[in-house]
Design a protein around this ligand. Structure first.
Ligand code: FE2
Ligand code: FE2
Length: 194
């Protein structure tokens, strides 16, 4: 990515906070008495988002932080925290939403994720903002480039689960798209006839 586009990129710490917000919002859409297909869609969406987020942090964010704070306890605890989350994701995928253990497993995933996110938001992100000032935007650009590669590997899974997890947001986006398309078609027609 060019130096210019790196300078325009949001800081990596901003992107990480946005990812956290997105996952926490999805967690809050899960209810014990929801239909099984809705529970599964939310779980699939959360798991895919967590897997991509963890991989991006491990490939880009943690190595940059290790350059300046290799012995930090929260940083050292981060990869094991991701591994614990991945283990629960594997268990969830092996357990159907009709199984009584499904709710408890999802609550465990939420608890472990919240604990780890709190560590990142109160220790690692502020530390990165102090120590990596000049690099935050170029790291953000690296993260976007890598995210696009990872999303390309599972486009249908991510799109379908986002649609089922956030139906109103998807509807709003689809409506905005149709409105834009209609305006563009009308504009073209007016230019042709005008
Ligand atoms: Fe993390
Ligand atoms: Fe994170």
């Amino acid at each position: 990515m060019s130096r210019e586009s790196s300078n325009l990129s949001p800081a990596i710490t901003t992107m990480i906070r946005l990812d956290h917000m997105h996952v926490l919002a999805a967690f809050h859409r899960y209810h014990r008495d929801s239909a099984w297909w809705r529970k599964r869609a939310i779980v699939n969406s959360v798991c895919a988002a967590l897997e991509i987020h963890a991989q991006l942090e491990e490939e880009i964010f943690y190595p940059a932080l290790a350059e300046v704070a290799a012995t930090n306890q929260s940083l050292q605890a981060s990869r094991p925290a991701h591994d614990a989350v991945r283990a629960t994701i594997r268990e969830l995928r092996a357990t159907g939403p009709e199984n009584a253990a499904y709710d408890a497993l999802f609550m465990q995933l939420m608890r472990d994720t919240l604990h780890h996110v709190a560590d990142e938001e109160t220790v690692l992100l502020p530390m990165a903002e102090r120590a990596l000032k000049q690099q935050l935007r170029s790291l953000g650009a690296d993260m976007t480039r890598r995210r696009i590669e990872l999303l390309k590997e599972r486009p249908t899974e991510v799109a379908v689960n986002t649609m089922r997890t956030f139906p109103l947001a998807t509807l709003a986006l689809a409506t905005a798209f149709v409105v834009c398309l209609t305006c563009a078609v009308r504009g073209n027609a007016r230019r042709r006839h005008g």
